[in-house]
Design a protein. Structure first.
Length: 243
């Protein structure tokens, strides 16, 4: 289903051009400057997401240069994440009590096989992975297949559900060596976005593969859903997160 956000993204036009003038495309901003400017690029009629984009000095074609993990944003993402827990027995009620929107076993596996996707993330217990494996092609193409490296395969279903509902985000480097993460909503305070930014980028830095050579953070930028990218000096960004 096309969302209001999707429709607006297709109609950038004049408003986008006006907002773009507030960002100097020839300038590489300090993290502090970028976190100030991003709030001046509000343009949409909905509450936009502040997004982080990082280009890494890795070759994702090699298994030893994959960057994949999770991060718990201190202030969450501002989005109501719909969690589906695939589990069995008493874990079903534990997942629901922890905040899962849906929890069950064969019933939900069958629904997914029939084209049901009214959820944003799937969390599974190890005993259910053989059954979910049959849906690997369906869930994998949408980036929804549970995986231990993304923290979505767990023996502690209640804790994991609670973490993702509160703002835990899974990420993975794409084929171009980039990672994209939400940092919250534009109606967050600047302090909250800054703290989320530091936490997310620090985790990405901590996951630097030993096989990665040269400069790890190649480019760093933040933007709003409908706004232009604001380039940040990657070297300054690296030191900023340790302050």
């Amino acid at each position: 289903m096309t969302t209001e956000e999707d429709k607006l993204m297709a109609k950038r036009g004049k408003r986008y051009e006006e907002i773009s003038q507030k960002v100097d495309k020839t300038k590489i901003y300090t993290p502090e400057e970028a976190l100030e400017v991003v709030f001046d690029t509000k343009s949409a009629k909905f509450v936009e997401t502040v997004e982080l984009a990082v280009k890494l000095g890795v070759d994702p074609r090699h298994a030893d240069q994959q960057v994949r993990g999770t991060v718990i944003l201190p202030h969450g993402t501002g989005k109501n994440v719909r969690v589906l827990a695939i589990t069995s027995g008493e874990n079903i009620q534990k997942a629901l009590d922890a905040g899962a929107d849906y929890a069950g076993d064969d019933e939900y596996i069958a629904k997914i096989g029939q084209g049901w996707f009214e959820f944003d993330i799937v969390i599974a217990t190890p005993d259910m992975m053989p059954k979910l494996g049959r849906l690997g092609r369906v869930l994998g193409t949408k980036g929804l297949m549970p995986n231990p490296k993304s923290g979505t395969v767990t023996t502690d279903i209640a804790k994991t559900v609670e973490e993702f509902k509160k703002g835990k985000v899974a990420f993975k480097v794409d084929k171009l060596g980039s990672i994209h993460l939400p940092l919250g909503k534009v109606n967050f305070t600047k302090e909250a976005i800054e703290e989320n930014f530091k936490t997310a980028l620090k985790q990405i830095i901590n996951l630097k593969p030993a096989a990665a050579k040269g400069q790890y953070l190649r480019t760093v930028a933040i933007s709003l859903t409908m706004g232009p990218g604001i380039k940040i000096d990657p070297l300054l960004a690296g030191t900023f997160v340790t302050k």
